[in-house]
Design a protein. Structure first.
Lengths: 481, 409, 367
């Protein structure tokens, strides 16, 4: 089913229109062009685009697509960066933005049933009256959908203390490759049997399509301190991060940005960032007042031991809001430096931060690419950002080569390919850097269990040929039944 | 085919969009349909696709761009600072140039020839006053009903301010050139009165240059680019060498601030454009205008898109309302759906947004509503119905000062 | 019968269930070899850690018992990175003692001296601190598992945040060994704050409302306790808001014991009702905010247990047998009603253990 779809499928089109109505099926050149890519750099070519409203529609679309031998690619707000929602080989792009109902906010159990199209920040805003929020807070949280978060197991600054999306999903309603609607997981702790919910989260829409999720909500902290610490160098800031973790402190968030990044953000936001410093560390501690005061003090002391130039403690919610806005809009602000950017996502052990950062800048210098950094330092989750102009011939290839090298150095440091963006198309060719044939084969078997015919988001996560591991040993006589 | 006019969106403008999607949740039409085609990111991608020759300017392209309210809520949230409003006007100019059409030409005739002509506006005003008085508004086609229902009581004729000059006591702080506009004079004359009296009291010399015309905003928004360009040049000449050009309708002040896109650089005046909210708030904070000591209760503060999004003016109306003795509560910034011609062209979408807005206003439990833009004011009044007072912040402030002086007297 | 396992060390069979053979491989490679041979010979293998949680799941009557006793190395410990890589057979008590000296913890439940990391994870058990920190599953970063047919599958990574590939480590937790023997695992550690107290409280619901994310609030038949840790000032003020009867440190209650032990799982809001429904003679530890009640019974009153199960399942929960006489397992399903998606569970197991040799039948649905 993975062969490229070069022709339109009139039968499928008619079937989908009778299923969903003309309004909900998009097929013009412009509409298909707009759904060809997400926020990353890869482009596909949708055969058709459909807006869906409930699980029954999803099931019907999946069955129809399967009958016509056309894959289905689920998409939320299209803010992904690893091309997870890019219909690389064509297919039906299934848009979940209309499935945005928030049902049954259960304050006692701290849960809510939500549609995949619910915008992440909307969910947290709606639950304010209950003193609760949805903990995963990717930088795109004002736009991205919970369905996308589930697909990519998204993180965000505050997953340092709260964990990624998978820690906040209790149950999923999924449409399977056969078009069945199944709910896995549940509201009680430790559902029996294999953790199908756990394997579905982060599977990038390759195993099934989530049509509803029971998410866990987290109590809002009674008090917060956000520290903005300026350092002369990125090394000092990184050493401070290691120092904080080693001191046994897990702040709610530990974020870092370098000078170039600060400058472009400041240009847009006028947040008063210390643009003359080499690096800025944002540390946030949450909890009761006594705890946040004590922890803020410890962080300040560690920072001062590492040559901090200034420590600003934001107490009011307005001050905090400006600091976080500067952090979360960083990537968008890059357009001021160059028309295109490639935002990377890799992870190293936190103890390797200083060395990894040194090599990141070295790669930037060697490839002559503007390298900016703003990242989740507390997790060791790097986001080197390369600003470039794709209209210059050869520039994108150069950037991609540098990107691969960045992954390589992180893997050498004991890191992994992606911390929160996912593998998608972007990094599937790098999977063998981390995994053996046997490991990849095991992952391919997982895919096969859920989607043997490859109807869901084909070609994502695993490089071609993953499911070909041959045990390669002689079979003892007589044992095969 | 690509683009053919000098107004078209440029590669520099469009390439700023890196498709991060942070604009999506702020876009009223995207919130309505959830479709990429109805989002700022989608519209910009569509404009780029035409520029790159990937698609033609066709029905889908036109629908995508005409569904946009032009509220520019995407601009303040865009970290890449994409000039969305400008590209939208450019793309609509292209659509008009390449696709023409009777309806569009008719609209251009209204936005340029009617709004730009005092005689025409007087006739329309007379006709509208007649419609109002005969109760014809109730039987008008539904798409016009919202607008008619939201009008203030219209006078048969309002004497023009053009050519008048108002001197402050003592040496003037600066000279303000006042834009009378198209509908503001005849339909919202009270706002002009309040604005001018406050400006004078704040120490400004106010001149109302003769020969000025409609600012051209509605023409520009609708793709009547040549007309808009002519109107802009005309006004630039009329205003001559004042210090500030001031408008008291958010849509007008926003458009005046964009004149650099419509007038050749060598023709541009040396003045700065200010919305009335800016100068009055500044005067209050500078002690040139008094703060009322009387408390007047709550007021719902609606932020017109062309004030908040196009000019990033949010604090000033609040300052003015507080000085007037009100306790303002902000209404969610999502567009109210008035959006110029939008309420006539797409009455359903417009009404949907208007109803949402009204729901929020009702939640504040204030019956006083402040709105600094005539279109918004009409939309709110129409959807709110009886029992609400919808006025410009400077009107509320001027009224408050008057009340205060009567009490002391 | 000739020993087909060659040089793989044989285990001391004392305290192990009866089987033809007992093996104690000393490395992941030897374990893989043992399982390959078992697959070749279609011999059923029962994995045995400390033997503490063998009461969970359907019974397996094995040909071979494979103990993880000799997979007892702590491979890597990065105190500054708060990560630890340990082999399956490492006793939790031992690792906790080592980590405790550096004020760190795995948060895994310490059940006596013998319970192993592999055992707790395969059974999917979590420590009482899960109210604050979530279940053990949330801290498993990487697993190196040996599948039923002897493949060594590594998944995840040794960093605290990772979305590289399918989350097989998460699937391994609670899989009762059916997807593979968790040979080695990388865990995210949690730093232990300087101060910890246990407060006796009158009303656990009020305590839950008053406290900001306590470690745990537990009820036993005799009392309710709140467990707190953090900076001294924080702990002091939090404790004072709920009670005056303080014990320094975390005074966890003893796990309930009895002729039968059960794990009752309900949505947190149903916890008080669950407690109220327990027969008065039962011992229990109930975790507020989590919805878990561990129960121990003085008799073999299966009827009461099954009634509770019916109710818990109607609330979206489960009532799982955690231990009892062997005959009990023939009288009823230790798991209760199998979950949704059983086909997928069966197919997953078939991919990891194609010949059904590793702990066959342990999972719900007899998978």
């Amino acid at each position: 089913m993975t062969a490229a779809l070069t022709e339109k499928k009139p039968g499928l089109r008619d079937e989908l229109i009778s299923l969903l109505g003309t309004d909900q099926v998009m097929e013009s050149a412009l509409e298909r062009h707009l759904y060809a890519k997400d926020s990353g750099v890869y482009t596909g070519n949708p055969t058709l685009v459909v807006m869906i409203h409930n699980a029954e529609e999803v099931a019907a679309v999946v069955k129809a697509a399967r009958r016509h031998d056309v894959p289905v690619v689920a998409r939320g707000a299209g803010t992904g960066l690893s091309a997870g929602a890019v219909p690389e080989v064509g297919g039906v792009v299934l848009v979940t933005t209309r499935m945005n109902s928030i049902e049954h906010i259960d304050a006692e159990n701290r849960t809510a049933w939500v549609g995949p199209g619910v915008i992440n920040l909307d969910l947290s805003n709606v639950t304010i009256p209950y003193g609760l929020h949805f903990a995963p807070d990717p930088s795109s949280q004002s736009a991205c959908t919970v369905g996308g978060n589930i697909a990519c197991n998204s993180g965000g600054p505050h997953c340092l203390s709260e964990g990624s999306t998978v820690n906040h999903v209790l149950a999923l309603e999924v449409v399977t490759d056969e078009g069945a609607i199944v709910t896995v997981g549940g509201p009680a702790p430790d559902p029996i049997g294999l953790d199908l919910r756990g394997i579905l989260v982060g599977s990038e829409g390759t195993l099934g399509i989530v049509t509803r999720a029971l998410v866990k909500l987290t109590p809002n902290a009674p008090d917060v301190r956000t520290l903005a610490v300026a350092f002369p160098t990125i090394e000092d800031a990184a050493a401070t991060v290691s120092g904080i973790i080693a001191a046994g402190l897990i702040p709610a968030a530990l974020e870092m940005m370098d000078q170039l990044m600060m400058q472009v953000i400041e240009n847009w936001l006028h947040a008063g960032l210390p643009i003359h410093a080499g690096a800025l560390l944002l540390a946030e501690v949450t909890g009761v007042t006594e705890a946040v005061d004590a922890e803020a003090q410890i962080i300040s002391r560690i920072a001062e031991e590492h040559n901090a130039l200034s420590v600003q403690v934001a107490v009011s919610s307005e001050e905090r809001a400006v600091l976080w806005k500067s952090r979360k809009s960083a990537f968008g602000a890059v357009a001021q430096a160059a028309p295109d950017y490639y935002l990377h996502d890799t992870v190293v052990p936190r103890t390797s931060l200083v060395e990894a950062m040194r090599q990141v800048y070295e790669i930037g210098k060697r490839y002559e690419i503007t390298m900016m950094n703003v990242f989740h330092a507390g997790d060791g989750n790097l986001h080197p950002l390369m600003a470039f102009d794709a209209s210059v011939p050869g520039e994108l290839d150069k950037v991609k080569a540098a990107a691969d090298e960045l992954v390589q150095i992180c893997v050498e440091q004991g890191g992994v390919l992606s911390g929160e963006h996912g593998i998608g198309i972007e990094k599937r060719h790098l999977m063998p850097l981390l995994f053996s044939d046997v490991d990849l084969d095991a992952q391919a078997r997982v895919k096969e269990v859920f989607d043997a015919e490859g109807v869901f988001n084909p070609g994502k996560i695993l490089p071609e040929g993953s499911r070909c591991f041959d045990f390669g040993r002689p079979v003892p006589e007589g044992v095969w039944v | 085919m690509g683009y053919q006019t000098p107004y078209a969106p440029t590669r520099t403008e469009l390439s700023n969009c890196i498709q991060c999607g942070l604009c999506l949740p702020h876009c009223p039409t995207f919130r309505l349909t959830g479709k990429e085609t109805d989002s700022p990111r989608g519209r910009l991608t569509a404009m780029s696709a035409v520029l790159d020759g990937i698609i033609e300017i066709d029905d889908t392209f036109e629908e995508t761009l005409s569904f946009c309210l032009g509220c520019r809520a995407c601009e303040p949230v865009c970290p890449s600072m994409v000039p969305y409003g400008r590209t939208l006007e450019g793309a609509r100019a292209e659509i008009a140039a390449q696709r023409g059409g009777v309806a569009r030409r008719f609209r251009a005739w209204i936005t340029v020839s009617w709004l730009g002509s005092r005689a025409m506006m007087n006739s329309i005003t007379f006709a509208t006053a007649l419609v109002q008085r005969c109760g014809l508004a109730r039987v008008a086609p539904s798409r016009f009903r919202t607008g008619l229902g939201g009008l203030r009581r219209i006078r048969w004729k309002t004497p023009s301010l053009q050519g008048k000059r108002f001197e402050p006591e003592g040496a003037p702080v600066a000279t303000v050139g006042f834009l009378v506009g198209c509908i503001m004079g005849p339909w919202f004359g009270e706002v002009h009165q309040a604005s001018i009296s406050l400006l004078v009291r704040a120490g400004y010399r106010v001149v109302v240059p003769p020969g000025q015309t409609c600012c051209g905003a509605l023409a520009a928004h609708d793709g009547a680019a040549d007309g808009a360009s002519r109107m802009a040049s005309h006004n630039v000449k009329a205003f001559g060498d004042v210090d500030y050009v001031v408008a008291d309708a958010a849509g007008c002040s926003a458009h005046l601030k964009d004149y650099a896109h419509w007038v050749p650089p060598d023709e541009m005046g040396n003045w700065q454009v200010k919305d009335i909210n800016e100068l009055i708030a500044e005067a209050i904070e500078g002690g040139r205008l008094p703060r009322s000591t009387r408390r007047r209760g709550g007021a719902a503060l609606q932020h017109p898109c062309h004030l908040r999004n196009a000019q990033r003016i949010t604090d000033q109306p609040r300052v003015i309302l507080e000085a007037a003795g009100y306790d303002p509560s902000d209404i969610d910034p999502m567009c109210c759906g008035a959006a110029g011609f939008y309420s006539i062209l797409r009455p359903e979408t417009s009404a949907h947004l208007g109803k949402n807005k009204v729901k929020e206003i009702r939640q504040t439990e204030s019956t006083v509503v402040a709105s600094a833009n005539p279109g918004c004011e009409m939309q709110l009044r129409s959807h709110l119905g009886e029992g609400y007072q919808v006025l410009h912040p400077v009107e509320l402030y001027a009224q408050a000062l008057e009340e205060d002086s009567e009490t002391t007297a | 019968m000739k020993n087909p396992f060659g040089a793989i060390p044989v285990a001391d069979t004392e305290a192990l269930p009866p089987a033809e053979m007992a093996l104690a491989p000393t490395s992941i490679e030897e374990t893989a070899q043992a399982l390959r041979i078992a697959t070749d010979h279609r011999m059923k293998v029962l994995v045995w850690g400390g033997g503490n949680h063998q009461g969970y799941g359907h019974r397996t009557y094995p040909d071979v018992v494979l103990t993880t006793t000799s997979l007892d190395r702590i491979q890597v410990w990065e105190p500054e990175d708060l990560t630890l890589v340990a082999e399956a057979g490492v006793p939790i008590a031992k690792v906790e003692q080592m980590l405790g000296e550096h004020r760190q913890t795995t948060l895994l439940p310490v059940h006596g001296e013998t319970a192993t990391i592999g055992g707790a994870l395969a059974t999917g058990l979590s420590g009482y601190q899960r109210f604050r920190y979530g279940p053990s599953r949330d801290r498993v970063l990487e697993t190196t598992a040996i599948t039923g047919d002897g493949r060594t599958v590594r998944a995840g990574g040794r960093v605290v945040k990772n979305v590289t590939g399918y989350d097989i480590p998460r699937l391994m937790v609670g899989s009762m060994g059916r997807l593979g023997l968790i040979g080695a695992v990388c865990l995210k550690l949690v730093p232990t704050p300087s101060t910890a107290v246990t407060v006796t409280v009158d009303d656990p619901a009020a305590a839950q409302a008053a406290l900001y994310r306590p470690l745990a609030i537990l009820s036993t038949p005799t009392e309710h306790r709140a467990f707190l840790w953090g900076t001294p000032a924080e702990v002091e003020s939090q404790a004072a808001s709920v009670g005056t009867d303080l014990i320094n440190g975390l005074a966890w209650p003893a796990p309930p014991s009895g002729l039968m032990t059960w794990s009752l799982r309900v949505p947190p809001s149903c916890l008080q009702e669950a407690i109220d429904r327990l027969p008065p003679s039962w011992d229990y530890v109930a975790q507020h905010g989590v919805g878990l009640v561990e129960c121990g019974t003085p008799d073999l009153d299966l009827q009461s247990a099954l009634k509770l199960r019916e109710w818990s399942e109607s609330q979206g929960g489960a009532m799982v047998l955690a231990g009892g006489p062997e005959t009990l397992y023939e009288q009823m399903d230790p798991w209760g009603t199998p979950p949704n998606g059983l086909d997928y569970q069966r197919r997953l197991v078939a991919e990891f253990d194609p010949y059904g040799v590793l702990n066959p039948g342990r999972l719900p649905g007899g998978i």
